[in-house]
Ligand binder design. Structure first.
Ligand SMILES: Nc1ncnc2c1ncn2[C@@H]1O[C@H](COP(=O)(O)OP(=O)(O)OP(=O)(O)O)[C@@H](O)[C@H]1O
Length: 275
């Protein structure tokens, strides 16, 4: 092994069978304000390729705001964002999607009257090449493309073990399965960075276990980097490679689950809260 490779290997720990790679997202001194409200103050942390990186903190700590900064929904007043080494200038959410960043939401955002399959298909929109004119002129090509996309969607349906409900309107499914469909829609975009906003909120123990397994499988089998907001500490400590802790918009902890668990400031922030 060359010296450079050895240095890189030392920096990039192997977790399970996975190799954590280079930094792909680097957030430097991010501050975000809404009028007089300081949602985020001088926050820096990074995300490495293939890792599961969790953001935790009490209510109102700034977790969703941080996810929205990563996603390009909010642009911070201060700080730098580097994605794959390139500094990000002002951007729109669809630009994040074209860069390979997908997300799920705290509250399910699916078309309730549409089937599971069609909902997941909406996640392929960006991948579709045919425009309206081509649709009118080259029906054969459009059909071919549609078949390819459906194939991909069927793969995701198999992966998430929801074959039996593929034609069911999403609104008729139990909550846990709806959350799984939402994950499927995000996966349909074949993201390299997947942002999950409380994927286990409101789930029972069994549903949480299933969701944990799927998150780990996505990370493992597709190599997807995952940034996760989650309130369930057991889950966070179990599945994360590294955890960043926010409190009142400030970073109070950052590191491996064990480090964070034993951090005095983190323990103090959580005392007296329901988390
Ligand atoms: N669009 C907005 N306009 C004004 N204030 C906002 C907006 N979004 C968030 N805030 C404020 O920013 C702060 C951080 O909120 P944020 O939703 O990011 O916290 P959170 O950690 O995700 O909380 P929760 O766990 O309750 O979802 C809060 O004081 C919140 O009221």
């Amino acid at each position: 092994m060359m010296m450079d490779d050895m240095a890189a290997a030392a920096e990039a720990p192997a977790v399970g069978g996975r190799r954590i790679g280079d930094v792909i997202l680097d957030l430097q001194n991010i501050s975000l304000r809404f009028g007089g409200v300081k949602a985020l103050t001088d926050i820096s942390f990074n995300v490495r390729e293939h890792e599961i990186r969790s953001i935790i903190g009490p209510n109102g700590a700034g977790k969703s705001s941080m996810l929205n900064v990563i996603n390009g929904v909010y642009y911070p007043q201060e700080g730098r964002i580097l994605f794959r080494g390139e500094e990000r200038k002002k951007m729109e959410p669809h630009m994040a999607a074209t860069q390979g960043i997908a997300r799920t939401f705290q509250n399910i955002a699916l078309f309730k009257g549409m089937s599971v399959l069609d909902n997941i298909m909406t996640g392929r929109n960006l991948k579709m090449k045919c425009n309206l004119l081509q649709m009118a002129l080259y029906w054969g090509a459009v059909q071919k493309e549609e078949i390819a996309h459906r194939g991909k969607v069927e793969e995701i349906i198999d992966f998430l073990e929801i074959q039996s409900v593929r034609k069911t309107p999403v609104g008729q499914l139990p909550y846990g399965l709806q959350k799984r469909v939402e994950l499927g829609r995000a996966l349909a975009a074949e993201p390299s960075l997947l942002l999950l906003d409380e994927p286990m909120a409101g789930m029972n123990v069994e549903e949480k276990q299933d969701m944990c397994r799927f998150i780990l499988d996505v990370n493992d089998q597709f190599g997807t980097t995952i940034v996760l907001i989650e309130h369930d500490m057991g889950v966070v400590m179990d599945i994360s490679d590294r955890v960043v802790v926010l409190d009142y918009g400030k970073k109070i902890g950052d590191g491996a689950p064990d480090e964070v668990r034993n951090n005095e400031e983190v323990i103090r922030a959580y005392l007296g809260t329901s988390h």
